[in-house]
Design a protein around this ligand. Sequence first.
Ligand code: URP
Ligand code: ZN
Ligand code: ZN
Length: 465
Amino acid sequence: MGYDTIIRGGTVVTASDTFAAALGIKDGRIAAIADTLDDPDAEIIDATGRLILPGGIDSHVHISQPSGDGIVMADDFESGTRSALFGGNTTIMPFCLQERDGEMRAALTAYHALAEGACYTDTAFHLIVANPDQQTLGQDLPALIADGYTSVKVFMTYDNLRLNDAELLSTFDVARRHGATMMIHCENEDAIRYLADRAEADGNLRPRAHATTRPVAVEREATHRAISLAEVVDLPIVIVHVSNGAAADEIRRARSRGLRITAETCPQYLMLTADDLEGMDWEGAKFVCSPPPRDAEEQRACWAGLTDGTFDLFSSDHCPFRYEGTDGKMNPKGAKDFRHVPNGIPGVETRMPILFSEGVGKGRIDLNRFVALTSTNHAKQYGLYPRKGTIAIGSDADLAIWDPEVRRTIRHADLHDGADYSPYEGIEVTGWPQTVLLRGKVMIRDGALEGALGDGRYLDRDARD
Ligand code: URP
Ligand code: ZN
Ligand code: ZN
């Protein structure tokens, strides 16, 4: 058989196995896995001393999302997917946001237009439902689920996005009847507002108050409520960006009752704490995200959840805003009041290196779990497996050839997103992707961009069984 590319000398890692093998790639797919392979016409990539991993899938990324009040997200599809690629990812899943008074279909048409021809990685969109009216729940959502938009996020917080319990139930019901995966942001908005009002009365409007007004209890309560509502409807759900042990315990308890709950955590809950929101002057705004980072004990609880299987997804929740200027973190209102600092931090490029270094490098998880958490489980959860998320005959040749020994200090100056800082600045990591292939095409070779804008494709998904 003639191959387009052969990768040899490396160690292949999947979610289940680690083995020395050569890979033959033909027409963008894995065509052979063997002890040795040869083909005089094929391009040969020498992966000696490297790991060959399924390309990362980051299933929780925000790009070009309308943010209101003159605030602009720092990444469009070009910069967001470029940054993702440099971090070893070959697929990302951003959110198409329906605004509170908006139409889902119009939002989706506009979002596709932004992505068209503007991606370095493959993409598939989740939907965000913020306007669960008759048009959305009765017509648009069922039709879109049938068209393969099979994952839908809802919020229990944020003034302009949150659904009340009745709206959650009716949205869950559509997901159950039409076969979509429901992703839920669990924080109790009324409790947050109560605490924010108290902070305001105390004149306490600095970024640190973002964390103190969103304590563990507001996340734990909402997690419990979301699980209970899903139990009532009989719907499997994904609890996204879990930040602490108490919420993880709710998930464990629900699973022990037989409920189908998947849970996700993110780098910020392993690497940052609420103290980072103190910052110098207003620098704490750089770490404002929801749920907020907690403390060392909760970091340990999140690690425990990653190792004991409570969390099956490790995503970045990349949601970048610039710190400098007036359209991001330091917008005219945000520079005076934490309630106007846009929520979210960048991290799509550093997600895999951080988990590799802190997880595999420090013996907390093994290589196969690393692959499951960063790629395979995302593909399985969101209907992309086995096309994506593994190295198997017939799978897309989406590969991160990983240097497990290279040491790097994270510096925003070396990253490729559109923000102007990294919350992980100065953190030392061991391990970084060296070469990245997307459907067999070398996109990054030895750390240099070789792929073209527009190489990334939109991935159609089948409706869930
Ligand atoms: O602060 C965050 N996480 N912003 C992004 C939106 C979300 O809730 O995921
Ligand atoms: Zn969220
Ligand atoms: Zn998010």
